[in-house]
Design a protein around this ligand. Structure first.
Ligand SMILES: [Zn+2]
Length: 186
């Protein structure tokens, strides 16, 4: 069983629980705002830089350097690594669901608050509408509800769980890819 988990990790690290209990089909692209109370507890801040590089490059390779939402890619760099979190609003647990490769335009939509700070809100909203086949008004409504949810969630402290990235299988996965760690393994 342990081996099975390890073998599947290349994929599993980036998609740790696909048994989500959603009943309403989600549009291809959604705004995902991380509560401000856990802004500084992202994956990058939990992993040594070297590990984060290995993980995100594996995500890029798996996606063949294409956006996993729209199939596109960026002008200056093809894709970026996005953390998808599940939120347990009852117990205030924020758990890493998976990591995905997104083009910069889709990634900007995910972090629409940051896009707004950077003066690129309208551009991001247009991209959101284009990808989902929505009118600008529909995109605006989606954004408003995402901000309302963000505002509510930001009033609380969240326990952050890294999901599979905190597992023993992950330690083995990363050890095999690290030049310094590989020699010590059988
Ligand atoms: Zn995209």
């Amino acid at each position: 069983m342990g081996l099975g988990r390890a073998v599947g990790l290349e994929d599993g690290v980036m998609r740790t629980c696909n048994n989500s209990r959603t009943s309403v089909p989600e549009p291809p692209l959604t705004v995902e705002l991380v509560p401000s109370s856990s802004w500084f507890t992202n994956v990058r801040s939990h992993l040594p830089a070297e590990e984060w590089d290995l993980v995100r490059r594996a995500v890029y390779r798996r996606a063949r350097y294409r956006c996993e939402v729209c199939g596109g890619h960026g002008e200056h760099h093809p894709v970026e690594c996005h953390e998808v979190w599940d939120y347990d609003d009852e117990h205030r647990v924020q758990r890493l669901n998976r990591l995905v490769a997104l083009c910069p335009a889709c990634h900007r939509v995910k972090h629409l608050g940051l896009a707004s700070v950077n003066g690129r809100y309208d551009e991001a909203l247009r991209h959101l509408a284009d990808v989902n086949g929505w009118t600008l008004e529909e995109a605006r409504q989606h954004a408003e509800s995402a901000f309302a949810q963000w505002s509510e969630r930001s009033q609380h402290e969240w326990t952050v769980s890294l999901g599979a990235l905190g597992s023993e299988a992950y330690r083995r996965w990363i050890a095999r890819r690290r030049p310094s760690g590989s020699s010590s393994l059988p």
